[in-house]
Design a protein around this ligand. Structure first.
Ligand code: SF4
Length: 726
């Protein structure tokens, strides 16, 4: 027998004859990878590959992108509208006409009875920007409810709020190219290799060439923490104190950029007085990082020449989420690290088109980053849409996290859910089914007919999925990319754009308004509406975007191929052009471990799954990596509790309980556990989810739990199946 590489059989890839390759953009995370999907002679998607000359991913894809084409053939796709008619326990198939007529008449009935804000809409970060724009026109111009939000409140609201407070507008200033220029990268609450693997590859390529310091702040020893030069295992929820203390050291040791502060910021005095109180010694007591180490990282950051901070949910999903983002901006403003190569505050966005909803959906404002609070913006949009301006509210209504309590209080009677699954994704999720069942009318629009929320719906509208329609997404670095249609939607499923337009036609209030019917026509409208705005699309077209493999806004006559960075001139979006330095006192206001609930509960994503597994739970090549909910527990803690590896245990919080498998690892400290966020009836039953006062984003990562060993493992598995967490 001969062994060794030379004698191995050649790897045989299954033959998948491809007739054509269709250019498109990945529909999972906000990295924004360009994909080509291979379609065979029968019109079936059979394979996929990364686009080699796309700057974002340079030919690479992560697991989810590689297998994304399999969603087209996945189980439980909705193929026909469903309606509960005479028997409330029974859904029956119906026509689009009947489903949409019923939806429109129920919206009208509820609004006539209880007022226009008694009907709410919660959408997603997954549909195309043309669809967001049209939904905004429908929600604000036709349905006219102010209780309209996206599920992006659960992931990105704090970043949006923080950018607005510091810079006067939403919009990430930096880009992936900053990795090539930075002298120091600080990553807070971001496990980049698992959450955004291809951004991580970009960073790793730059790091391998230049070896600049990477500092990772995370309570857990994540994959990212393992590759960092310095890992700061911070106490949950105390990032603000660390950032204030870093600013303290930078100012005290003369490392700040005084010219930048003088010419481009306001509020230095109050900010300086506040951070003077946050000595590293004081911070050490709060966040558990030694004063010596805080001084060290502050000096590295302040001395770097160009330094950048990236973050994800570790910052955003906190009671101090918005303050955490402002604190990052403060740090970068005092060191002159905004808008220059390698110097930035770059929020790594979550969903593939969370940025698109921020730019054009009108959830929290009006399209093109216009504000409901601004009379000029209301007047412009009303004229552009053909709606009287007085129909627009003068400030935004409830966010998703406030909509559910308003349903519970009986203030909201009807709800439209679009591409979102709050029964799994909302904190304290056991309450959500009860709340949804209180509604007089619930319409669910989703690509899958077996999403948990459909069980409480009165009408189900089957939507086309990514790759079954054309439009654009915007990624983390403001890059707009085309998502081309690869295949036809199954059965009678329809693109979300079609559904919005058809619903608008059923309201008298839409008279006088024009709804563009094709994605390209909507895109043209978006180009006009955004002209001269920060998120200027006016210089883009689908063809140009595809040719460039994505274009970063603003793209206009001055920047014909887009702009890598914004605020390079130091001019911000406040009327005087200056950014704000904001003092941020820290108040400890979340659940803390105690005798009854002694462990921190941390939550997060896995590389193979996406959000509530609506899609990835049905892709065999992804689901088989993690089909069962589990928790990471430190081996010493497990020993104390008598828990063996791969045993089922019950995790209990003040809200509810969940059953998970125990995975023993030193990635978590002895006083903490980690459970992935993806499973139905699992970790979000436990999470308290207190809200950030500015962004209304829930704190998913600062709850406390106890752990019970389960003696009867067979019974535990049975319970898990009953909870349908698998
Ligand atoms: Fe898709 Fe994100 Fe993976 Fe890229 S990194 S292939 S965008 S899931």
């Amino acid at each position: 027998m001969l062994f060794g590489r030379r004698f191995k059989n050649e790897i045989q890839l299954p033959v998948k004859p491809v007739e054509k390759w269709v250019y498109t953009t990945c529909g999972y995370c906000s990295t924004g990878c360009s994909i080509e999907v291979g379609v065979n002679q029968a019109g079936k998607a059979v394979t996929a590959r990364g686009v080699a000359d796309a700057d974002v991913n340079r030919g690479k894809l992560c697991l989810k992108g590689i297998y994304e084409y399999e969603v087209f053939e996945s189980e439980n796709r909705g193929t026909t509208p469903l309606l509960r008619k005479d028997r409330p326990d029974l859904f029956t198939e119906t026509t689009w006409d009947e489903a949409l007529n019923r939806t429109a008449s129920e919206i009208g009935r509820i609004q006539a009875l209880y007022g226009r804000d008694s009907f709410a809409i919660v959408s997603t970060g997954q549909i195309y920007t043309e669809e967001f724009y049209t939904l905004g026109k429908l929600a604000r111009g036709v349905i006219r409810t102010n209780n309209y939000d996206g599920n992006t409140t659960l992931c990105m609201a704090s970043a949006v709020s923080g950018y607005k407070r510091s810079f006067g507008s939403d919009g990430p200033p930096g880009c992936y190219d900053d990795f090539e220029h930075t002298g120091c990268l600080l990553a807070i609450g971001s496990n980049l290799p698992e959450q955004h693997p291809i951004i991580y590859y970009r960073l790793k390529e730059a790091y391998d060439r230049r070896r600049f310091p990477i500092i990772v702040v995370d309570p857990r020893v994540t994959m990212f923490a393992q590759m960092a030069d310095i890992h700061l295992p911070i106490k949950p929820g105390t990032d603000l104190v660390l950032l204030n203390a870093m600013a303290h050291v930078i100012l005290e040791e003369g490392l700040a950029d005084q010219d930048y502060i003088k010419f481009h910021t306001n509020g230095f005095e109050a900010f300086g007085s506040l951070v003077a109180q946050y000595s590293p010694e004081m911070a050490e007591k709060v966040c558990g990082i030694s004063a010596k180490m805080i001084r060290k990282v502050a000096r590295i950051y302040g001395d770097a020449g160009a330094a950048m901070t990236i973050w994800t949910m570790g910052i955003n999903q906190s009671t101090h989420g918005s303050d955490g983002v402002v604190a990052i901006n403060n740090l970068n403003l005092i060191t002159g690290n905004i808008g220059k190569p390698g110097g930035t505050s770059l929020s790594i966005t979550g969903q593939c088109n969370a940025m698109g909803t921020r730019e054009f959906s009108s959830c929290s404002g009006l399209p093109g980053y216009r504000l409901l609070e601004n009379a000029e913006d209301r007047a412009f949009t009303s004229q552009f849409w053909g709606v009287e301006a007085h129909h627009f509210p003068e400030k935004r209504g409830l966010t998703e996290t406030d909509i559910f309590p308003a349903i519970e209080r009986g203030e909201i009677k009807g709800l439209w859910l679009i591409g979102t699954n709050p029964m799994t994704s909302m904190p304290d999720s056991t309450k959500i089914r009860k709340i949804l069942n209180q509604l007089e009318f619930l319409v669910v629009q989703d690509a899958y007919a077996n999403v948990e929320t459909v069980e409480s719906a009165h009408v189900y509208l089957p939507a086309a999925l990514w790759g079954e329609k054309t439009g654009v997404f915007t990624n983390t670095e403001r890059r707009v990319n085309v998502v081309r249609k690869v295949v036809e939607p199954p059965g009678d499923a329809k693109p979300d754009l079609w559904i919005f337009i058809e619903l608008a036609k059923r309201f008298d209030r839409a008279k006088g308004m024009t709804f563009a019917e094709s994605p390209a026509e909507v895109f043209d409208e978006m180009r006009s509406v955004s002209k001269g705005r920060l998120c200027d699309y006016s210089g883009m077209s689908y063809e140009k975007i595809e040719k460039n493999r994505g274009i970063q806004w603003p793209c206009n006559e001055q920047n014909i191929n887009g702009s890598q960075r914004i605020y390079a001139d130091g001019v911000f979006q406040f009327p005087d052009g200056k950014a704000k330095l904001i003092p941020l006192p820290f108040v400890e206001n979340y659940e803390m471990p105690d005798e009854d609930y002694p462990f921190w509960l941390n939550t997060g994503r896995l590389v193979e799954h996406w959000h509530t597994r609506t899609k990835t739970g049905k892709i065999g090549n992804l689901n088989k990596f993690s089909p069962t909910p589990f928790m990471e527990i430190n081996p010493k803690t497990a020993k104390k509790l008598g828990i063996q590896a791969m045993e089922f245990v019950r995790v209990i919080s003040r809200r509810s309980s969940a059953i998970v498998l125990a995975q023993l690892t030193e990635r978590v400290s002895e006083d903490a556990i980690f459970i992935p966020m993806h499973y139905y009836n699992c970790v979000n039953r436990l999470v308290k989810g207190e809200l950030d006062p500015y962004s209304r984003q829930p704190a998913y990562k600062q709850s406390t739990v106890r752990i019970d060993k389960l003696m009867d493992q067979d019974e535990a598995e049975k319970s898990l199946l009953e909870l349908r967490s698998y």
